[in-house]
Ligand binder design. Structure first.
Ligand SMILES: C[S@@+](CC[C@H](N)C(=O)[O-])C[C@H]1O[C@@H](n2cnc3c(N)ncnc32)[C@H](O)[C@@H]1O
Length: 218
């Protein structure tokens, strides 16, 4: 297990997400609350993004690291990510430490997303970038995601929300069905959107063959 605290003394204390939002001067609403991506949705995302052992999956806001550990266990991939909430980072580090060889392929960093996306780990190694965030954070991230998508093979998966700035690169999506009765942003595990640069093979498809096939929700 690798766990890194940034060289920022504030990040060593266990603060809640809302407190971090205040410290970062962003206000609560730009920070997604912690809601775990359920295992069934992890399965669908492996299929949606064709995740393999050769990938480096990056979760921007990894929560308790459930998603990353699921990816590492299912596919054999390596994983990286950041999380700002100290309580969640501590819980995630425990889970990773207890996951043996699978955990050894998961590197956790306690950091704001805005800082982590400037790191060499993100810029040079991430091949599948996973975001389960609120639309305002997504909007801020879109230039970074567009730049990352310039690298060959990189895919972006957005859970629950479409990234309007990446619309031209939408390759496939999972239909999550109707909104949850309680109206929560994240209780609906079903919707997810895959963005990637078109590959030559897709451009060569004959007319009438859908280049954007739907992926069925399990
Ligand atoms: C909806 S949860 C998703 C958790 C995990 N990715 C999953 O899918 O199971 C969003 C997470 O992002 C974290 N987060 C939100 N804004 C962040 C920011 N600006 N920097 C770092 N982490 C952030 C929250 O603390 C929360 O744990």
């Amino acid at each position: 297990m690798q766990s890194t605290c940034a060289n920022n003394p504030q990040l060593s204390s266990a603060l809640g997400t809302a407190e971090w939002a205040v410290l970062a001067g962003s206000g609560d609403r730009s920070f997604a609350p912690f809601v775990v991506t359920i295992d069934a949705q992890c399965d669908r995302i492996v299929a949606l993004a064709s995740v393999t052992r050769d990938d480096v999956v990056c979760d921007l806001g990894f929560g308790d690291a459930s998603f990353l550990l699921n990816m590492a266990a299912q596919t054999g991939c390596r994983c990286i990510g950041c999380e700002v909430n100290g309580d969640l980072v501590a819980a995630a580090a425990d889970r990773v430490a207890g996951a043996g060889e699978v955990g050894s392929r998961v590197a956790l960093t306690q950091e704001l997303i805005s800082t982590f996306v400037e790191s060499a780990a993100f810029l040079e190694s991430a091949t599948v970038i996973y975001v389960a965030l609120v639309p305002s954070t997504m909007a801020e991230l879109e230039p970074v995601l567009l730049a990352a998508l310039e690298r060959p093979g990189v895919r972006v998966v957005s859970q629950r929300f479409e990234a309007s700035g990446l619309a031209a690169l939408l390759a496939r999506s999972i239909d999550g069905g109707a909104a949850s009765p309680e109206g929560s942003y994240f209780s609906d595990g079903g919707s997810a959107f895959l963005y990637e640069r078109a590959v030559a093979a897709a451009a060569a498809l004959p007319l009438g063959v859908p280049a954007v096939p739907a992926v069925a929700a399990a």
